[in-house]
Design a binder for this molecule. Structure first.
Ligand code: SAM
Length: 717
């Protein structure tokens, strides 16, 4: 469990000195980022050519993905060159390049921009990287997709070994975990080529440690290669001990030697302990307490990995979660049939005129705060890079008003942490809020210049515009059945209650439930504790004063700049009300919230009963985390973890019991616009057997299996 330390989410930025030739030099490591003679030629020679990338990409049709793992992202030069080469060599539009890089001391955006300006020939690529570069100093995983998602970069900010360990489905198998492969979704992802960069082992011995080599072993595919600029014998010994055949070749320029090799190990070798593992095994036996700490829960992993690659997936539900899921799956070359019970997409909770891309931001490092921040950053980049803000909204910026002392302290602290990234988060005094928003403000605010509002229904339509996605509306699913190799979905088609309704079935390799509360009507997902929370949005005509509003304002409630002379304000939260009609009481409440945010924007003569609006039912969860991942097999899971009823603090290192290839993307509450892009990328990555864009810890927090584990621990079931 993560502690609630403040700022432990943050890491240091690189201390870069710019030498007399305008080249970056690390004062921390006393080493250069790249060759003084020719950085590009050096990178190509040491990493691209020595891993035979051009030959491998030419000679082999890559149908799905090729994954590179790198230690030390630095200026991103290696990544940009790999991307450039991929563009030249890979003409199969379905093939994807995944580049995963770890970096303990990320360059500031300014230093990155300065370093990449050295390579005008890479400008088309580097500008995209600079635009998408995450804020500093933020630890953890960041997924950036480029080139119509055919190139994806997963940046792990933090120590190399930890970063790669977090990418494996599990780091250490506890005593009860079988040695058979387990999975998050499809087969565990692996690395095809390693760029072992990082400063020289003599200058940076901490990075080249046993844990790093152990992680490399876990993640290497048979036939995966490595290349590194160093020829240090300690590195060579470690690489041999984890199963690489190692060769010394001539180094770049004046360098005498460097190392290359191929991972020849058989799967058995993976389970045989090596020098790197022995080191940690000794620690295990020395200290039983430590062993307990190291045993990591494995209940979120499926004990039975699917045998079949997913080519066709059914997504149930055509709101934000379903449409985002369909989009992410289609980008990973999976054919999707989306079933929606209504006669159009986004008619229910996702049907507001304007929705805010909103996350709860806090300087405290809790898993939910980490998820909120990660989701917001991913969503911002996603909507900008896919052009969705242009098509269905406005990235006008969002002001999170600090309406009380507590919020003021929190937001100020948050902005202080991110003071090097004012392009993402900025503290504004009340006068500055006024200047930037166009309307008087009595409060200071946390300002997010890159986010804004979107119209969910047009967005959903845009998301599913893809030849791989087929939409079936008026398709109400009643039953799912697995015949051992695929899912059969039974649904009634035709408008509700119509005499022409008929029952149909459709088959697919995988199913994603993105149907909010309706998931409770499906047998396999009945156990999920989904809550319905009614929310009413009010639409008010703009006034001379309110038409000046240029930013979204959030606090207790929100107001967006006028769209077609009408503002959306919202929203109410009614846990125990289920009426679908608009109520004056809720309109009144929304107007009251607006008066709290901005008296200047509050209309003086509005009659609530004259107002239009929208009622929706948010789907939420008891812990406020969305539900993303494999759907647990309730009875098998309760049986397997029954011991938790007697001993809640027992180490849970059994694998879980999950329905094969049945997934959920549910419970986004009022934050679908913000949560659904990352949640869908997580799910599509799991389904297509790619590395996840979130840590194992966050994935466990989202897992549909968590409720069963918690309820057993609390002796509730
Ligand atoms: N590959 C880079 C490029 O294309 O620009 C150059 C990498 S530079 C020579 C080495 C990088 O390794 C530095 O950015 C440094 O901060 C990073 N590094 C050093 N120790 C590390 C560690 N323990 N974990 C992750 N990254 C580390």
């Amino acid at each position: 469990m993560a502690t609630h330390n403040k700022t432990s989410n943050s890491i240091g930025t690189a201390q870069v000195h710019w030498d007399e030739n305008g080249l970056p030099y690390s004062t921390h490591f006393n080493d250069i980022y790249f060759s003084k003679d020719d950085g590009i030629a050096e990178s190509r020679y040491v990493f691209l050519n020595a891993n035979s990338l051009a030959e491998r990409w030419d000679s082999r049709t890559i149908n799905s993905a090729f994954t590179i793992g790198e230690t030390g992202f630095g200026t991103g030069l290696n990544f940009l060159l790999a991307w450039q080469l991929w563009n030249k060599r890979q003409h199969n539009k379905n093939a994807q390049l995944h580049f995963i890089s770890v970096e303990k001391y990320p360059l500031s955006k300014n230093d990155l921009t300065k370093a990449l300006a050295l390579w005008p020939e890479l400008k088309a690529f580097s500008q995209q990287l600079i635009n998408a570069y995450p804020p500093q100093p933020l630890q953890g995983l960041h997924r950036l997709n480029f080139f119509d998602d055919r190139v994806s970069l997963t940046l792990s900010f933090g120590d190399a070994a930890e970063g790669f360990q977090q990418l494996a489905p599990i780091s250490k198998a506890g005593p009860n975990v079988s040695s058979t492969p387990c999975s998050i979704g499809s087969a565990p992802p692996q690395i095809d080529a390693w760029f072992l960069d990082g400063f020289a082992p003599s200058k940076n011995p901490e990075m080249w440690n046993d844990a790093l080599f152990s992680a490399i072993k876990t993640l290497s595919a048979k036939g995966s290669t490595f290349a590194t600029f160093t020829a240090a014998s300690a590195v060579r010994k470690q690489l041999i001990s984890i199963g690489f055949d190692c060769q010394k070749i001539k180094g770049f320029g004046r360098k005498r030697e460097m190392l290359i090799g191929e991972w020849l190990s058989t799967p058995e070798h993976k389970h045989k302990s090596t020098e790197a593992d022995n080191q940690s095994t000794h620690t295990h036996f020395r200290d039983h307490k430590q062993q307990k700490l190291d045993a990591e829960p494995a209940w979120h992993l499926n004990a039975i990995p699917p045998t079949k690659k997913v080519e066709h997936c059914i997504v149930i539900g055509g709101g934000l979660a379903g449409c985002h899921t369909a989009f992410a799956l289609a980008k990973k070359n999976i054919r999707v049939t989306l079933l929606e019970k209504n006669n159009a997409l986004a008619l229910e909770a996702s049907g507001n005129r304007q929705g805010v891309v909103y996350a709860k931001l806090s300087p405290h490092d809790s898993p939910l705060n980490t998820f909120n921040l990660a989701a917001l950053l991913y969503a911002s980049q996603f909507y900008h890079s896919q052009g969705f803000y242009d098509k269905c909204g406005d990235p006008c910026g969002v002001l999170h008003l600090a309406t009380n002392d507590n919020l003021r302290a929190q937001y100020q602290e948050f902005c202080e942490i991110f003071r090097e990234s004012p392009g993402f988060f900025r503290w504004l005094a009340a006068e500055e809020c006024e200047a930037i928003s166009g309307v008087p403000s009595t409060f200071p605010a946390l300002y997010l210049p890159q986010t804004g509002w979107l119209s969910p229904a047009p967005l959903c339509k845009q998301l599913v515009k893809n030849e791989r996605i087929q939409i079936r509306t008026e398709a109400k699913v009643s039953r799912l059945q697995n015949d051992g190799s695929q899912w059969e979905i039974t649904f009634s088609s035709g408008s509700n209650g119509s005499p022409t309704n008929k029952t149909e079935t459709i088959c697919a390799d995988a199913v994603v439930l993105a149907n909010a509360h309706a998931a409770s009507e499906i047998e396999q997902s009945q156990y999920l504790p989904l809550k319905r929370i009614r929310g009413q949005v009010s639409h008010i005509p703009s006034t001379a004063a309110s038409s000046q509003l240029r930013r979204v304002i959030c606090g207790d409630g929100y107001i967006a700049p006028a769209l077609n002379n009408t503002h959306s304000l919202g929203a109410t939260f009614n846990l125990h009300e289920f009426g679908e009609e608009l109520t004056d009481k809720d309109h009144q409440q929304n107007l009251g919230k607006l008066a709290g945010l901005s008296p200047a924007l509050t209309p003086s003569t509005t009659t609530p009963s004259d107002l239009d609006g929208k009622v929706g039912f948010r789907c939420t969860t008891p812990d406020y985390f969305p539900i993303v991942g494999s759907v647990a097999d309730y009875s098998a899971m309760t049986e397997r973890f029954a011991f938790l009823r007697k001993k809640a603090n027992a180490v849970i290192d059994n694998h879980g019991a999950y329905h094969p290839q049945l997934y959920a993307n549910l419970g986004h509450g009022a934050r679908g616009l913000c949560y659904a892009p990352l949640a869908s990328e997580v799910l599509a990555s799991a389904i297509s057997g790619q590395f996840l864009p979130v840590s194992r810890e966050l994935y466990r927090h989202m897992s549909p299996g968590r409720f069963i584990i918690r309820d057993l621990m609390r002796n509730k079931i």
